[in-house]
Design a protein around this ligand. Structure first.
Ligand SMILES: [Zn+2]
Length: 145
């Protein structure tokens, strides 16, 4: 299926967000891995020709004020699972489900990126807990300290 991949400034945090637009169907998948901003337009009823689709045949999901963006990859996998969390409760539930699963010792990377009041917070799982990692890309700040 043909799609156009594009990057644009995230309307929530201003970082690069990812857009995958399927021009043949009009379906779209938008995700920001920095803050969790998320938008999808997908066809849920595949039994009709495209020009016969009505609103009810589509599913639209938009998360404009997310709790954060997660990334999960298991050992041996090339691709990571990425997604958005709407609330802290949702994140805690997901985190608990992953960490209590049979595959929990196969976790290669598990992190959460949040954008709160203009500041990015990045949490990485170290095998026992999630630690906040400060990633400074501002060389000015580093040379002054
Ligand atoms: Zn964002």
């Amino acid at each position: 299926m043909g799609s156009v991949i594009d990057y644009f400034a995230c309307p929530n945090c201003g970082q690069d967000a990812f857009s995958d637009f399927y021009y043949k169907t009009g379906e779209e998948y938008v995700h920001c891995s920095h803050c969790g901003y998320h938008h999808t337009a997908e066809i849920v009823n595949r039994n009709k020709p495209l020009n016969k689709l009505i609103t009810e045949d589509w599913k639209f999901t938009t998360i404009t004020n997310p709790y954060g963006a997660f990334k999960l990859r298991f050992k041996g996998d090339n691709a990571a699972t990425c997604g958005s969390m709407r609330t802290e409760k949702e994140w805690n539930r997901y985190k608990a489900a992953v960490l209590s699963s049979e595959a929990n010792n196969e976790i290669d990377h598990f992190s959460l990126s949040r954008y709160v009041d203009g500041v990015f917070h990045y949490f990485v799982y170290n095998g026992t807990d999630f630690l906040e990692v400060i990633e400074s890309t501002d060389t000015q700040e580093l040379s002054e300290s």
